[in-house]
Ligand binder design. Structure first.
Ligand SMILES: [Zn+2]
Length: 241
């Protein structure tokens, strides 16, 4: 039995394979495992790309905003309260990232996207699309996993450290806490890719924290990013071992 068969067999038992897609890469960005059909076909990842908005903002500003989320305009109706960049990333606070995106230098965002291999957004798009609302900011899944691999390789850079601190808190107490395994993570929830689904949940994880070896991009139909996160622990543990 090959390692791949073992992996698919053990993890596949947890959910119908048709409902989940995933790609795993190593730190260099090389794809190790994938069952994602058409992974070069761009899809909307919802909030999953907020870490790159944060990086672009930090590249052009010496300070990041601190806001008060009352719930108005956020997916979390009770409000996240005071949010700095790390809390905003952990909670995927829409109010925080809308404020960030409205004042984001689009040239800086283009530069960040190009350096990470992501497709820059149109300058005509409203800030709401950048944070994943509406039609969002489509990217090829292969490009996304390579971008997060590069983020992990850049872990020693000051701006990247801030973003990774937000992704660690996301796993510890934010939208990705359902993973149950200490890693850098971010979730995203997007509109359904096909009419037969109700929505798409996405999660990206960089594991383990001390010496990252595995980057996992996982998606499940008919769910949210936070719910998708609750399914990846066995796969992440297997890949990261
Ligand atoms: Zn919020």
């Amino acid at each position: 039995m090959t390692r791949r068969t073992i992996l698919m067999g053990s993890v596949g038992a947890l959910w119908p394979r048709a409902s989940a897609r995933w790609i795993a890469a190593d730190l260099s960005g090389r794809i190790r495992e994938s069952n994602w059909p058409d992974s070069e076909q761009p899809v909307c990842f919802g909030s999953l790309l907020k870490p790159f908005l944060a990086l672009a903002y930090l590249a052009a500003h010496s300070e990041s905003p601190v806001i008060d989320c009352t719930g108005a305009g956020c997916w979390y109706r009770k409000g996240h309260g005071r949010q700095d960049m790390i809390a905003g990333l952990a909670n995927s606070c829409n109010v925080y990232f809308l404020r960030l995106s409205e004042t984001l230098n689009r040239a800086a965002l283009d530069t960040t996207c190009l350096s990470y291999g992501l497709a820059p957004p149109s300058r005509l798009w409203p800030a709401s699309r950048l944070i994943g609302l509406g039609p969002g900011w489509p990217q090829a899944p292969q490009a996304v996993i390579r971008a997060f691999s590069l983020l992990a390789r850049n872990a020693s850079e000051p701006h990247t450290r801030v973003v990774l601190a937000g992704m660690l808190r996301c796993c510890e107490s934010g939208t990705a806490k359902g993973i149950g395994l200490r890693c850098y993570a971010k979730t995203g929830t997007a509109a359904p890719s096909e009419r037969r689904y109700s929505g798409e949940g996405y999660v990206i994880a960089i594991y383990p924290v001390d010496t990252p070896r595995t980057i996992l991009l996982f998606s499940r139909h008919n769910t949210t990013g936070a719910e998708a996160a609750t399914h990846i622990r066995p796969l992440l543990a297997e890949l990261g071992s």
